[in-house]
Design a protein around this ligand. Structure first.
Ligand code: BDP
Length: 697
């Protein structure tokens, strides 16, 4: 099954000329060292080369020492090589790799190395990618270091096998059969992650179950950690704040209580005794009903630091989430995390890192960057992106997310000065942070193809690539992914790449154009539900976010409204505040405007919204048309699968357009402009649709 192999297809090359060229340069492999990590690096190299070039490349039997690939870490290299690579080793960071063609005494070899074995493994995957994408391997001189320390997946997996917001089947972790049964999938999962430089994984849901911290489960976690270790993939767990009560028999979980402090210290010691390279804890506290320090009149700093002290002796970290909002202060949910966290700047321990979602609401198709980025100069701050498509059509819609990630990473926070992008905040270069990190909420499940939609694999891949280097261009990532997943044929790559790049704007257009947000149907967040307004908490209702009435539409977050704009640096605040300078893509995020408001292109707001919905539908139709021309370039299964999914997306884009426009039309009282197709059903029909069994709730 091709789908299963992800971007590690190692498709056999057919062009004799290319094969010969590669084979001339690669006649043998020399491995220096024997660690588990080097063993898997060697196995990968052998597998990839044999599959792609049709020849088994092994250790040379003669003493020629020419045209070899030499793999090993710095300390295992012969002294002459170490000397030769002196300046490269000075430049490369701990996990970075060097791939260099070295010619000496008439012999030419390619050395793949780094300061540790995992770095060598990263180098091997990178070298294989060169061949996967038909790049030259003559005179190589690559030095590539990750710019972010903690490159981590967050699995929202429950112990019963379900996945919160998971759309690709059930959890990969078979807690029932662990620790004794190590599924090959665990290994392939670790391989796939290593191939893109992901070095950490949180196994369980942020809405945590304390049972994961009991010996019975820790034994299972240990088995996974051991399976992942050769691939440089560290295991982390979510810590339920009330665990000392639930599984420890204590009466309180107050972070300043001596017994509680001790309980966590002992728990950390117990975990590290089993898993020496355990990464640490991820915590969702006092958010959406989860327990936390505030239950005991303590604050986020008290909670985070107490846990941080427990793992510090072992080198562990605590990722403390800033995804908090409360019903008591609901004038604008977008302001709450900033208000709650900024006063704590400088108070967290060095091994705490505050994990912030990319936007201030919740993983919408488009959000302006979260105002917390750059606002806490003395606090380690990490990014949380969502790879699973909770508000983006689940794994049914094709949406290439690296476009979204790139937009956020490139946003200028103007903290300190112009050019202080979000990327510079999270890679630590702006404030010189002690630890840096980036998390992606995984879209992986036990579906045969891992991610539900074959193109959702690109989002996992792209997240990993951007975690390694947040300055990479999403177009280059799409190019690499297409070539290593499907084909190098430009007749395929070029149009399909365009389709991917267009897909993010398409979904924004057919779901939430011009800054609209959170108008998805309640609970499952799949289809449209702009009419929902009866939920107990105001900020759970779509009507709270669009505020449509006969006068207009949009959430006024400017000075005249909730003043959320004031949470940004003055330059940014000014830009968003003024309706004439606010980017139109964010217009209704920051402003409530009349239906007659004139957009820059001269259209009225009502016409503009309607035409954007239509544009989204048209874009999906064009994605469909592009794909339908691709039959000859790839295997039937994947072609068909994607075709069926795009057909659904096509239908559902229309559903979004029709339902939203019919609903908003009640307020605007205006006709649909020319060019917008007439709805096929009534508003009542769309409102009557029910989804009692939507996945991932
Ligand atoms: C929201 C999800 C919810 C998560 C929550 C979180 O709807 O299922 O638990 O975020 O991130 O997006 O904690």
């Amino acid at each position: 099954q091709k789908d299963y192999k992800l971007w590690l297809q190692y498709e056999s090359k057919t062009d004799r000329e290319i094969i010969t060229k590669y084979l001339n340069t690669i006649q043998g492999i020399e491995i220096l060292g024997s660690s588990e990590t080097l063993k898997v690096a060697l196995a990968e190299l052998e597998l990839g080369l044999e599959n792609m070039l049709g020849k088994k490349i092994t250790h040379p039997t003669d003493n020629e020492q020419n045209n070899l690939i030499v793999i090993g870490n710095k300390s295992s290299l012969p002294l002459t090589l170490q000397e030769n690579l002196k300046s490269e080793f000075e430049k490369v960071s701990k996990d970075g790799f060097i791939i260099k063609t070295i010619t000496s005494k008439g012999k030419k070899n390619i050395v793949i190395t780094g300061k540790n074995d995992v770095a060598v493994l990263y180098g091997v995957f990178n070298f294989l990618r060169l061949i996967q994408t038909n790049k030259s391997i003559e005179n190589l001189n690559i030095i590539d270091s990750p710019k972010i320390d903690v490159r981590i997946l967050n699995h929202w997996d429950n112990l019963d096998g379900t996945i919160e917001r998971g759309y690709a089947g059930f959890s990969l972790w078979n807690w029932h059969k662990l620790p004794d049964f190590i599924d090959q999938r665990y290994i392939d999962y670790a391989r796939a992650n290593a191939s893109i430089g992901i070095n950490g994984t949180v196994l369980n849901n942020v809405n945590a179950n304390a049972l994961i911290l009991t010996p019975q489960y820790l034994e299972k976690v240990q088995a996974l950690a051991t399976a992942f270790r050769p691939y440089g993939l560290k295991v982390y767990l979510t810590a339920r704040f009330s665990a000392p009560i639930e599984i420890g028999g204590l009466k309180t979980a107050d972070p300043l209580n001596a017994d509680v402090i001790n309980w966590w210290k002992n728990k950390a010691a117990e975990i590290y005794a089993r898993i020496p390279n355990f990464g640490g804890f991820l915590v969702k506290a006092n958010s959406e009903g989860q327990p936390g320090p505030q239950n005991y009149n303590r604050n986020h700093v008290d909670g985070a630091n107490m846990l941080a002290d427990a793992v510090a002796p072992f080198g562990g970290i605590v990722m403390w989430r800033a995804f908090v909002y409360s019903e008591h202060d609901a004038d604008d949910r977008a302001k709450q995390a900033y208000s709650e966290f900024v006063p704590y700047d400088g108070k967290f321990r060095d091994n705490v890192i505050v994990q912030v979602k990319n936007g201030a609401i919740d993983f919408q198709p488009r959000e302006p960057f979260h105002p917390l980025f750059g606002a806490m100069p003395k606090t380690n701050t990490m990014m949380e992106f969502q790879i699973t498509q909770e508000y983006l059509g689940f794994s049914t819609h094709l949406v290439y997310l690296p476009k979204l990630y790139q937009e956020v990473l490139e946003s200028d926070t103007y903290r300190k000065s112009k050019g202080a992008t979000v990327a510079k905040v999270i890679d630590g270069s702006l404030y010189n942070n002690k630890i840096t990190g980036i998390a992606g909420v995984a879209n992986i499940g036990n579906d045969l193809n891992w991610t539900g939609h074959p193109f959702a694999q690109a989002n996992w891949y792209g997240f990993g690539r951007l975690a390694w280097n947040p300055y990479l261009d999403s177009e280059i990532i799409a190019d690499e992914w297409l070539k290593s997943t499907f084909s190098n044929d430009e007749n395929f790559v070029k149009p399909v790449k365009e389709m991917m790049l267009q897909s993010r704007e398409a979904v924004v257009n057919y779901m939430t154009p011009l800054g609209l947000h959170h108008i998805m149907d309640t609970g499952h967040h799949y289809g449209p539900g702009p009419w929902v307004g009866n939920l107990s908490r105001p900020e759970w209702n779509p009507t709270y976010y669009h505020k449509a009435d006969t006068k207009g539409i949009g959430f006024d977050r400017s000075k005249t409204g909730s003043n959320a704009t004031a949470q940004y640096a003055p330059e940014v605040a000014k830009l968003f505040d003024d309706v004439t300078t606010c980017p139109e893509k964010d217009l209704l995020w920051f402003h409530h405007l009349s239906w007659d408001y004139k957009l820059k292109n001269g259209q009225s707001l009502w016409d503009g919204i309607a035409l954007k919905y239509q544009e989204g539908v048209d874009e999906v139709a064009s994605m469909n048309a592009t794909w339908n021309k691709m039959t000859n370039y790839i295997d039937k299964e994947r072609f068909k699968e994607v075709q069926m999914l795009l057909n659904i997306q096509n239908k559902e884009a229309k559903w979004w357009r029709d339902a939203c426009l019919l609903y908003f039309q009640q307020f605007s009282g205006k006709e649909l402009p020319k060019g917008v197709e007439k709805p096929t059903q009534s508003l009542e029909y769309f409102k009557s649709l029910k989804f009692p069994f939507a996945p991932g709730n």
